[in-house]
Design a protein around this ligand. Structure first.
Ligand SMILES: O=C1C[C@@](O)(C(=O)O)C[C@@H](O)[C@@H]1O
Length: 140
């Protein structure tokens, strides 16, 4: 099973951001997730603060089985990422550490969700591990 694991802008600064996000860094999360890598799945990690780089990465790997994706602020306005997700062949799991519905009005709508199969929002950083657990259970 081949999984893309993408984080969008400012998630590389997770630990330094507002308290609502996490006291773990993205590096720590990746370390934990690496347990699943090779042992169970082939996971391809990517994070970027640049919209075009995210689009390129998805295009180059459009035939993966799953995409676990926290698009960060791009969730709310990136048509180019939405368009590019339409060519992605696998299942798209969109993640948000915070509960978007409890936040500012401009965060309540995710454009990306138009093309997501699953959305997890408000579970904290546990959402990353839960997305992987979901995939494991689907494979049983
Ligand atoms: O960068 C982020 C993180 C986020 O996607 C989340 O994980 O809760 C929510 C977005 O609104 C925000 O811009």
């Amino acid at each position: 099973m081949k999984i893309l694991f993408i984080n969008g802008p400012n998630l590389n600064f997770l630990k330094k951001r507002e308290k609502i996000y996490s006291n773990l860094s993205l590096k720590n999360i990746k370390k934990k997730i690496n347990f699943y890598n090779k042992n169970i799945f082939k996971i391809n990690f990517f994070n970027s603060n640049c919209e075009g780089k995210i689009v390129n990465f998805i295009q180059n790997n459009y035939n993966y089985d799953y995409l676990i994706f926290n698009p960060g602020a791009y969730s709310h306005y990136s048509l180019s990422i939405l368009d590019c997700l339409k060519i992605f062949k696998g299942i798209i799991i969109e993640l948000h550490i915070t509960n978007l519905y409890k936040r500012e009005y401009f965060r309540k709508k995710s454009l990306i969700s138009l093309n997501s199969n699953i959305i997890i929002s408000g579970m904290g950083v546990e959402c990353y591990y839960n997305a992987l657990d979901y995939i494991i259970k689907k494979c049983l």
